[in-house]
Design a protein around this ligand. Structure first.
Ligand SMILES: *[C@@H]1O[C@H](CO)[C@@H](O)[C@H](O)[C@H]1NC(C)=O
Ligand SMILES: *[C@@H]1O[C@H](CO)[C@@H](O)[C@H](O)[C@H]1NC(C)=O
Ligand SMILES: *[C@@H]1O[C@H](CO)[C@@H](O)[C@H](O)[C@H]1NC(C)=O
Length: 406
């Protein structure tokens, strides 16, 4: 049993709290059998060593820097830690919001962290000391956990919080957020939107509100390119007659909220092979063209009752070829754009841009020009024939009939 005293062999099991070494000795035989001989070579043969208990860190503290999401977490090293070169002290730091199933885990030597939370829920953190090195014979020793929680003061009733909070990042140019007053918002409630992202010294207030009957129900934020691809923390709070309303906290990712303008310059033509040739340009604005995908739909003879839009394809290119249905006079194509998977996890479709190609218009026109020509030609022919007959008859000596018929 060369590995019995080495924790390295038992790494595949979930990290166990620091236990007396004897318990490893009891567990090791079964585990080693299942781990198979393969692992044995990598084990450090450790001579007999006594177990070194390690204390958890001290003074775990959570403070709110007022950035609408991030919290600062600090702790102090355990009191009796051996700071010799023999052993390294690390910490396993875990955090989550109450209600989350998973903890986020950070292994670190630092004593201070700033991590993001949803401030409308309780923040939970815990940290333990990890000691490993010669002083522990290469075995990683874990301390007990210490934990702490934090909750911003939840003023006001939950029903006073704004509802239907939505944000769209239009053309990667401006963010428009809208909301509705809380169900139990008193009359005269005044809402404000505050935001912060890495790069701003402190939370800033919206400077362009959207109003409805004098109440703030939305906000437009511009110049956010620095906030792209990172957390944008938002808080909508408010008060009514000096009574605070329940704040709403939200952490956004702008690139996942992007909505482009419709594609431009859509052109539809027909090839010699009777296929529709479709081409368009990316929308304007700041939307990165390489971040777009397009959806193309086609409809034949849209005016007819049974006609309907049929999806053709989704692609990143700005041109495509579509077969035409037989006999159709008018083929309509519509295209819309959205952020593709290379730039975002999700996004909003743009509005459609639409263009129709009327195939038979040329033939119809020719027919319309021909009909009057044929009509006039044939009528003049008939007149000529009649006149000829009249002349014939008058020469036969029947003037009375001629005056009636001609
Ligand atoms: C845009 O934001 C940057 C910092 O993010 C700032 O330096 C600049 O003055 C802003 N521009 C405008 C037009 O507000
Ligand atoms: C809303 O939040 C901002 C930013 O935290 C704060 O400065 C302001 O006092 C709050 N307003 C109310 C009414 O609570
Ligand atoms: C068009 O008509 C031809 C023959 O009339 C037929 O073979 C073909 O399948 C039709 N194509 C479509 C798209 O309806």
């Amino acid at each position: 049993m060369p590995c019995a005293s080495s924790h390295t062999c038992c790494r595949t099991s979930p990290p166990a709290p620091a236990e007396p070494r004897t318990s490893y000795l009891q567990m090791a035989p079964q585990r080693l059998y299942t781990l198979s001989v393969m692992l044995v070579w990598s084990c450090v043969v450790a001579s007999s060593s006594s177990h070194i208990p390690v204390a958890p860190p001290r003074d775990l503290q959570i403070t709110d820097p007022g950035l609408l999401g991030p919290l600062d977490i600090e702790w102090k090293p355990p009191p009796d830690v051996q700071t010799s070169s023999e052993c390294t002290v690390k910490y396993k730091f875990e955090y989550r919001n109450t209600g989350d199933t998973d903890w986020k885990v950070i292994f670190t030597r630092r004593l201070k962290f700033r991590v993001g939370f949803d401030l409308s829920r309780t923040a939970e953190v815990k940290v333990q000391t990890l000691l490993e090195g010669r002083c522990t014979n290469g075995v990683e020793v874990q301390s007990d956990w210490i934990s702490a929680t934090f909750q911003v003061p939840l003023q006001g009733k939950l029903e006073s919080q704004v509802q239907n909070f939505h944000c769209i990042y239009h053309d990667w140019e401006y963010l428009k957020c809208t909301w509705q007053p809380g169900l139990l918002a008193p009359r005269g409630a005044h809402y404000g939107l505050y935001y912060w992202y890495e790069g701003l010294d402190q939370a800033a207030q919206c400077d362009h509100y959207i109003q409805d009957h004098g109440m703030n129900v939305g906000c437009t934020l511009r110049n956010l390119s620095q906030a792209e691809y990172q957390d944008l923390n938002i808080c909508v709070n408010g008060s009514a007659a000096a009574t605070p309303l329940r704040p709403l906290y939200s952490t956004l990712r702008l690139h996942n909220l992007a909505k482009p303008s419709p594609p431009r310059q859509l052109v539809v033509s027909v090839s010699a092979a009777e296929e529709l040739l479709v081409a368009w340009s990316p929308p304007g604005g700041q939307t990165p063209p390489q971040c777009l995908e397009y959806e193309v739909e086609v409809a034949e003879d849209l005016e007819e009752a049974k006609a309907a839009w049929a999806p053709v394809l989704t692609q990143m290119e700005t041109a495509c070829t579509i077969p035409r249905a037989n006999q159709s006079h008018v083929s309509c194509v519509r295209v819309r754009g959205r952020t593709n998977i290379f730039c975002a996890d999700q996004g909003f479709w743009s509005e459609w841009t639409q263009e129709c190609f009327s195939v038979s218009r040329k033939e119809d026109k020719q027919l319309f020009i021909l009909i009057p020509v044929i009509l006039s030609l044939s009528s003049s022919l008939i007149i000529f024939m009649l006149i000829g007959q009249c002349k014939k008859r008058s020469s036969e000596g029947k003037p009375s009939e001629v005056s009636v018929r001609c």
